[in-house]
Every structure is written in structure tokens, then in C-alpha cells.
Write a protein that binds this ligand. Structure first.
Ligand SMILES: C[S@@+](CC[C@H](N)C(=O)[O-])C[C@H]1O[C@@H](n2cnc3c(N)ncnc32)[C@H](O)[C@@H]1O
Length: 255
């Protein structure tokens, strides 16, 4: 049985939100960690958590979540969403920079830190990873989601943009240039090295959206259940994992 199989089959108290092809693999990994922690109310920090797509379901599951985000608009939407879900008392919105976490949250206090789709847009990812590591209590876990480089190369090439594909493939950071919304993209080894350099131990790496972005909408929408299952089945298996639009790394601060 593979590690991912174990994750999928873990029974637990946290059902989580409805699973979509974009989120099913991430929730499977998070659910396994929540189940491992039993009935404990966890202290969760979501760095660049935006409008609360993960923060609000985690609060609904009984945990206390602080979202640090640079955007006041995103935080306003988060607060509305938390209020509508009846968990405003469990969600704290803090405006600030990911690399300035030290001044915003208590060190060594978080059981779980999320940093999803952020490291590819910040000025420098290393200080952000260092700061989120410092925010974790020893033994705490980090859920880090980054943009995958290989998928961007294939996507650009399949749309006929061969020069852009070459730039993404061979440039130092995997960005397509100044007009690219992302400043960098990762392969699994590079992303793991970034976390390891900050003192985290990487436990799992999965691909997220291996197929979801490649299929015609009629297929993706018409067979969503089958697509969720296929995404989960492929997520942990190279070479499929390494072609995913995003890479999800689950890491731990040593106890
Ligand atoms: C692509 S969104 C991801 C939102 C959420 N984590 C998710 O996965 O849905 C990136 C988020 O990071 C925030 N962000 C960008 N740079 C940041 C920084 N330096 N510090 C904190 N948040 C930042 C943005 O405001 C935005 O909400």
C-alpha cells in the first residue's frame, strides 16, 4: 500500500469541504494530519491565505486559524466568509508580509502552517519559508503548495508559444518574464531543497492538478468524481506527479 493510499483510506472526524480536482489531494494530506492529532484543537497559521478557502473549513472543523495576507481586500472577503460560516470567532485576519511573520505571530506556536500558492509570487521565498518554520512549534507541520515548472512548459508549448516554453524551461527561476504573473516555478527537488534549507523535514510530495487543467471542460465537469479519483491515484506517482500544475509538499519541523 502506498503512502497516498493510506491517506485516502484514513477514516477521520474531519470530512472537510466537497472535494474538487483542484483540492482533493491537498485535503487528503491535511485530513491525515488532523486525524493524527485526534480531537485536539489546533493552532493553524495560513500565510497568504487569501479569502479563506482553506482557513474557513479548518475553523469549521474546530481549529483556530490566523490568516496573514498582504491584501486588505482578500482579508475583508475572508472575514465575510468566516462570518457567513459562523466561525468568525475562530478566524483571525492579520494584514502583513509573509517574511515579517516574526512581528505578527507568536514564534513556535503553530501546529500547522499553510503556505499555498504564495512562494511563487513573493520577492524572495527563502525568508518566507524561514519565517513559517519559526512560527511552527517543534513537531508541527507545514503544507506548502507551489507552481510546477514542467506543467507550465508543456502548457505554453501546446498553445504554440514555443519561445515562452523555452524561457520557462531554461530560465533560472521558471518565470516566463516580466509579464508573467509568477516570479518563479518549481520542480519537486527544488521545492524540497527550499524547505530543507529552512530546517524542515519533507515527508510527502504530491502533484496537484496533474490532469485537471488539460482536459476539455465538458470532460472535467461531466466526470468530476472520476477525475477526483484519478487525480488522487496519480498524485504521488512520478512521472505524473512531476507534470502537475502545482506541487504540494508536506513537511515537519523536527520535534
Ligand atoms: C494566489 S493567492 C493564494 C491564496 C490562497 N493561499 C489559496 O491557495 O487559495 C496568493 C495570496 O498571497 C498573498 N500574498 C502575496 N504576497 C504576499 C506576501 N509577501 N505576504 C503575505 N501574503 C502575500 C496575496 O494577497 C494572495 O492572497
Amino acid at each position: 500500500m502506498t503512502r497516498l493510499d493510506r491517506v485516502e483510506q484514513t477514516p477521520g472526524r474531519f470530512a472537510g469541504p466537497p472535494l474538487t480536482p483542484r483540492t482533493a489531494v491537498i485535503w487528503s494530506v491535511l485530513r491525515a494530519e488532523l486525524d493524527r492529532r485526534g480531537a485536539a484543537e489546533l493552532t493553524v497559521l495560513d500565510v497568504g491565505g487569501g479569502t479563506g478557502g482553506f482557513a474557513v473549513p479548518l475553523a469549521q472543523a474546530g481549529h483556530r486559524v490566523t490568516v496573514v495576507d498582504a491584501s486588505p481586500d482578500a482579508l475583508a472577503a475572508l472575514t465575510r466568509r468566516a462570518t457567513e460560516a459562523g466561525v468568525a470567532d475562530r478566524v483571525r485576519a492579520v494584514q502583513g508580509d509573509g517574511d515579517a511573520l516574526a512581528g505578527l505571530v507568536e514564534p513556535a506556536a503553530a501546529d500547522l502552517v499553510l503556505c499555498h500558492a504564495v512562494l511563487e509570487v513573493v520577492d524572495d521565498p527563502a525568508p518566507v519559508v524561514a519565517a513559517l518554520t519559526t512560527a511552527l512549534r517543534p513537531g508541527g507541520a507545514a503544507s506548502v503548495l507551489v507552481a510546477g515548472r514542467a506543467a507550465a512548459v508543456l502548457g505554453r508549448a501546446m498553445n504554440g508559444h514555443l519561445e515562452v516554453a523555452a524561457t520557462v524551461a531554461t530560465g533560472p527561476a521558471g518565470s516566463a518574464g516580466p509579464r508573467d504573473t509568477l516570479r518563479r516555478r518549481y520542480d519537486a527537488d527544488g521545492a524540497a531543497a527550499l524547505l530543507t534549507a529552512a530546517g524542515l523535514v519533507v515527508e510527502e510530495i504530491h502533484g496537484v492538478r496533474v490532469l485537471a487543467d488539460l482536459l476539455p471542460a465538458a470532460v472535467a465537469d461531466g466526470q468530476q468524481g472520476a477525475l477526483v479519483e484519478l487525480e488522487r491515484a496519480l498524485a504521488g506517482r512520478p512521472p505524473y506527479r512531476d507534470l502537475a500544475a502545482q506541487l504540494h509538499l508536506f513537511a515537519r519541523r523536527p520535534a
